[in-house]
Design a protein around this ligand. Structure first.
Ligand code: CP
Ligand code: NVA
Length: 306
C-alpha cells in the first residue's frame, strides 16, 4: 500500500481540474479513434456486474482493447464474494491479478468499502446512487455539439435517480445551469442545492439540452409510472427549448414512455453519439486511473491533480 490509488467512484471525490483534464483528454482520444495510442499495453481490467449492461460492458471492454490492454468479465453471482468470501479478501486478491476494477454494483457503500482494500483503482460503472462514467460521456457529447459546457442550460425530466444525482454534481464542477422537472413528491429526494420544479415547461424554457432517463431503473420493475406522464420529453416540450437544443438519454429507452418516438428519432436527438462517447470518455478515465500503474499519456498532457 502507501501508493496513491486513483479511484473513480463519485465525481465529487475527484478534483474539478482533474475532471476537466480527463474531459480534454477524452476529446483528444476521440480524435485518435482510428490510431489509438497503445498506452494500456500489458494492463488488465476486471469488470464485475450485479446488473444488466450493454453500453458499460461493451465500451469498457473495447476501450481497454483498443488501447492495448486486456479485460476479464464476471457476474457478481458467479464470484465467491457474496458467498463465503469477504470484501477485503476479494479486494486483495483482485489487486494481485489485474490493474484496475470496474464494477456495476447496486450498493455504492459496498463499492467504497471494496476500494478501501484494493491496491488498484476502482471505477464506478453505475450504482443505485450514481453513474459518473455516463456523465463524463454526456459532458463530452454536449461540448461536441454545442461548444464549452460552462454556462449552458441543461433541463432534466422525470425521475430522481443515479443519473440525475451525478448531473447535479457535474453542474457544480463544470459550471452549467441545471433544472430538474420532477413530480412534486420526489422533490425531497433530490440532493440539497439543486434547482427543482414540478413545471416541465418552465424547466425546458430556453434550455440548450433536454435530458431524461427511464422512469423504471434496474431493480424497480413493477413501479407505477402515471405520475411521470407530464414529464415525457415530446415535440411540444422541445419547442419550448432553444432552437438548436439537443435531446439526450443515457439509454436504454423504455419505448415510448419518458421520450416520444418523434423526439428520440429527430435530428435534435444525439443519443447514439452519446452512447459512442462512453468509449472515448472511458479511455480517458482509465488513463487517469491507470497512470500510477505505468500508463504514460501524451507528453503534452497533464491531469492537473495532486
Ligand atoms: N447507459 C448505460 O449505462 O447503459 P448500460 O446499462 O447498457 O450499460
Ligand atoms: N437509471 C437507470 C440508468 C441505466 C443506465 C438505471 O439505474 O437502470
Amino acid at each position: 500500500m502507501g501508493k496513491n490509488v486513483r479511484h473513480f467512484i463519485d465525481l465529487d471525490d475527484v478534483p474539478p481540474e482533474t475532471l476537466k483534464a480527463i474531459l480534454s483528454h477524452a476529446h483528444e482520444l476521440k480524435k485518435q479513434k482510428f490510431n489509438p495510442p497503445q498506452i494500456f499495453h500489458g494492463l488488465s481490467l476486471a469488470m464485475v456486474f450485479d446488473k444488466r449492461s450493454t453500453r458499460t460492458r461493451m465500451s469498457f471492454e473495447i476501450a481497454m482493447k483498443q488501447l492495448g490492454g486486456h479485460t476479464v468479465v464476471m457476474n457478481m453471482e458467479e464470484m465467491q464474494l457474496g458467498g463465503s468470501e469477504s470484501i477485503e479478501s476479494t479486494a486483495n486478491v483482485l489487486s494481485r491479478y489485474v490493474d484496475g476494477i470496474m464494477l456495476r454494483m447496486s450498493d455504492q457503500a459496498m463499492m467504497v468499502e471494496l476500494s478501501k482494500h484494493t491496491q488498484i483503482p476502482v471505477i464506478n460503472g453505475m450504482t443505485n446512487e450514481s453513474h459518473p462514467c455516463q456523465i463524463m460521456a454526456d459532458m463530452l457529447t454536449i461540448e461536441e455539439k454545442l461548444g464549452p459546457i460552462e454556462g449552458k442550460k441543461v433541463a432534466w425530466f422525470g425521475d430522481s435517480n443515479n443519473v440525475s444525482n451525478t448531473f447535479i454534481q457535474a453542474s457544480k464542477i463544470f459550471g452549467f445551469e441545471l433544472v430538474l422537472a420532477l413530480p412534486e413528491d420526489l422533490h425531497g429526494k433530490v440532493p440539497a442545492g439543486a434547482d427543482v420544479t414540478a413545471d416541465a415547461k418552465a424547466a425546458a424554457k430556453d434550455a440548450d439540452v433536454l435530458v431524461t432517463d427511464t422512469w423504471v431503473s434496474l431493480g424497480q420493475e413493477g413501479k407505477t409510472i402515471e405520475k411521470f406522464q407530464p414529464y415525457q420529453v415530446n415535440a411540444d416540450l422541445m419547442t419550448t427549448a432553444k432552437d438548436n437544443a439537443i435531446f439526450m438519454h443515457c439509454l436504454p429507452i423504455h419505448e415510448w414512455e419518458e421520450v416520444s418516438e418523434e423526439v428520440a428519432k429527430s435530428p435534435a436527438s444525439v443519443i447514439y453519439d452519446e452512447a459512442e462517447n462512453r468509449l472515448h470518455a472511458q479511455k480517458a478515465i482509465l488513463a487517469w486511473c491507470l497512470e500510477e500503474a505505468g500508463v504514460s499519456v501524451q507528453d503534452s498532457f497533464d491531469f492537473a491533480d495532486e
